[in-house]
Write a protein that binds this ligand. Sequence first.
Ligand SMILES: N[C@@H](CCC(=O)N[C@@H](CS)C(=O)NCC(=O)O)C(=O)O
Length: 237
Amino acid sequence: MIIVHHLNNSRSQRILWLLEELGLAYEIKHYQRDSKTMLAPQALKDVHPLGKSPVITDGDKTIAETGAIIEYLTEKAGALAPKPGTDAHLRYRYWLHYGEGSAMSPLLMKLVFDILPTRPMPFFARPIAKGIAKGALSTFIMPQINAHLDYMEGELATHDWFAGDAFSGADIMMSFPLEAAAGRAGLGDEHPKLMAFLERIHARPAYQRALDAGGEYEIMGDSGKKGKKRKGKKKKK
Ligand SMILES: N[C@@H](CCC(=O)N[C@@H](CS)C(=O)NCC(=O)O)C(=O)O
């Protein structure tokens, strides 16, 4: 049996969605972030040494890292991945790597620099921290995020899905950076193709079932212009 070790409000929501799309049987083991540090509990390190979510177990196998899990599950089900050797497969593989390898980096930096000036520090250090964060955000991080958003918008100009005309695991991979960008990095109506992509994925029944299964998921927050605050129903552990 596939077990998803699911941390609330995290990337592992994508794996629940993928499993719902594939129709594979699975169980969820829930883990809660520490409310102060937002870090995963020690129990997740008992599953995988890094203690990051997502991680799945399938019999004696433990598989971590979203892209690797998506490849494993699509191969197991024989669905949602284009045929190897095709151009669509090359694009599929590219977006599987790009989602975490490129798109998430500036978004994560934005999160860190947004939080930095709010952390406890001596009063005289706060204006300095604010200045450093403001400088990093305006000169490097936001221009990087905007360049990535423009690039992705261009990629969706000619086809609805990242790998081409068919929905695939690559779209599931790309959901998280785009939801994060809508929630905290200004993705909105000036990128209509990306916003339409988010609307399309959120309307999928499997996406909605995964929300119900996973519980709390507020990655888009209140600030995604078209996005809603998404709270799945709480499931019993
Ligand atoms: N690139 C990894 C990132 C995993 C990751 O950083 N997960 C976050 C949740 S979104 C996490 O587990 N955070 C809790 C912690 O670091 O303790 C993947 O896509 O699987």
